[in-house]
Design a protein around this ligand. Sequence first.
Ligand SMILES: [Zn+2]
Length: 331
Amino acid sequence: MKKEITSLDLEQYTWLCSIGKEVEAIDLFYLNYIAPAGDELIKKIQRQMSKAGQLLLSDELKKVQMTIQADIFGYESSQNAVFAEFTKKILCPATYKRLSITNPELKKAITNKALAEFQQKTRGSLAMTNADVLSSIRKLQTDLIKANIQIANKKAITGILDSEVAKFEKDLMKDIKKMNPDYYKQMEEGKLIKSRQLADGGYRNYTLESYSDMAVRTTLLNVDRTATEVKLMAEDLNFAEFYLRDNRKLKTGIERQICRHTIGQKFYGVSIVALNKETANLLEIPFIDDIRAEGAFGVYCRHSIRGTSDTYSEMIKKAVFISDAANNMEA
Ligand SMILES: [Zn+2]
């Protein structure tokens, strides 16, 4: 597992960012550093799980569990290391340059926010992976122990044929497979994470890949959003244009309702969002925290925000001023 970005890749990603292709740099970074490590981890876990497919002694079982935990820990620390390197050396400096952010405290705050966000997201999904895999192994082992006792009992009956015992054993194993859907989904399909309860009471199994993709991409794309938001507010501009930053094909094929709605709502020809509640109320435009809560800027969202032109900004400032004055007169 790579813990460092090669100097060649470092150079390439830096170059892509310098020509405004940060999203492409993020994609390449994901493809070359995050995805392969995830595949490797899944294979390692599957190897351990296949050992657990047969009845283990308690020492062996403990070893399997500890190996899985160690593999997950190794994956987590190497991912944190490459993620931090990409963020600190490549993405953040490029973003600060593009947005002319120079304040060192501000830079540090934005960088740290990205690192914390990533760690929180991966830690959550990895803890879930660990818990889900171990619990499905334990359930399978319990069922295997029970089956073993039943087989031994069957054999102990006088006069029973070997072929009868074999058939009994075969049927029992079929039942075990049916009784342990999680184990087989994890083991055979690599769907390591069981989602929390769905509305219908059931749950779905997810691959680690979809979780790490979510954590990496969303967090890295948030750097631009956070930096833009913070910078505009520091300049006393409490609004920004909501725009399609990445117009390549959508991975899910479905655009979020909230994004479509926000893009469609024009204020003097531009889709803008307010960066504080007051401006949102005065201009009757969407508030960034509200649309975020409804899923905008979430997983696979290709939208971001940017500052508006000087002429447009002046016009909005005037509109805010007039609206505010009108409100005060009413009051
Ligand atoms: Zn979106």
